[in-house]
Design a protein around this ligand. Structure first.
Ligand SMILES: Nc1ncnc2c1ncn2[C@@H]1O[C@H](COP(=O)(O)OP(=O)(O)OP(=O)(O)O)[C@@H](O)[C@H]1O
Ligand SMILES: [Mg+2]
Length: 224
């Protein structure tokens, strides 16, 4: 369960203040499928970064599974992120020097999971995402769709309860984007909460719950 209470986020650049989010209230239940749409600059990524504990609100509170995570230390937030949250980005954000398998293994190394279990989980994900023949390839040796599959495997290897995806199909052609979307939606069957930021109205319309943002505020919040 995710709850944002009166969350605002502003940035100061030079002598200018930009309000990226204004007084957001949001309640999101476990297993929900939420899409977030809205024009460029409306605050979608800022919201996702806050939900992913990659950023902090200027004011307001964030409760995750009933616990207030707003004021946790960086270290405590990193632990919560590692246990509960997966992130997928438009530009993949893989580590260039590491192979596909090593990229997927990385979050488990950081979490101190023993090597045997790491190998098992990597193998399983590599197989289920159709990457067996590419497991020793570095990101620059992979196609966009393969990179995003590696990124999704990395984001889910710790079995998070929430997956946050910021334009995950934005750099992919239509067919490949569609395949990636199917993969993400497949995670809903495992009970994951999926939050998907997209510019593509057709993709956004697939989510059961749809948020429209404008100028840092929630313009509408609809169930389909
Ligand atoms: N680190 C930052 N410093 C200053 N301003 C920022 C920062 N991050 C975001 N902003 C501003 O906050 C507003 C919201 O940005 P955000 O990235 O959340 O928009 P978005 O809806 O994701 O847009 P897009 O669809 O283009 O990705 C914008 O006006 C942006 O310029
Ligand atoms: Mg964005």
């Amino acid at each position: 369960m995710i709850e944002l209470r009166n969350v605002s986020r502003s940035f100061v650049v030079g002598d200018q203040k930009v309000t990226a989010l204004r007084d957001i209230n949001l309640l999101l239940g476990n297993g929900e499928y939420l899409s977030i749409m809205g024009p460029s600059g409306s605050g979608k990524s800022t919201m996702l970064n806050l939900l992913g504990l990659l950023d902090r609100p200027t004011s307001g509170e964030y409760l995750l599974d009933g616990g207030n995570v707003t004021d946790l230390s960086d270290e405590q937030q990193a632990r919560v992120r590692s246990e509960k949250i997966g992130f997928v980005f438009q530009s993949f954000h893989l580590v260039p020097r590491l192979t596909a398998a090593q990229n997927i293994e990385l979050p488990m190394m950081l979490a101190g999971i023993p090597v045997e279990e790491r190998k098992q989980r990597v193998t399983k994900l590599i197989e289920s995402y159709g990457l067996t023949a590419r497991s020793d390839h570095r990101p620059d040796q992979l196609s966009g769709g393969q990179r995003q599959r590696v990124a999704i495997a990395r984001a889910t290897v710790m079995e998070p309860s929430v997956l946050l995806a910021d334009e995950p199909t934005g750099n992919l052609d239509r067919t490949t984007g569609w395949e990636v979307l199917k993969l993400l939606e497949g995670l809903l069957n495992q009970g994951i909460t999926l939050v998907l930021v997209t510019h593509d109205a057709e993709i956004g319309a697939r989510a059961k719950r749809q948020l429209q943002m404008l100028d840092g505020a929630i313009l509408s919040d609809k169930l389909s």
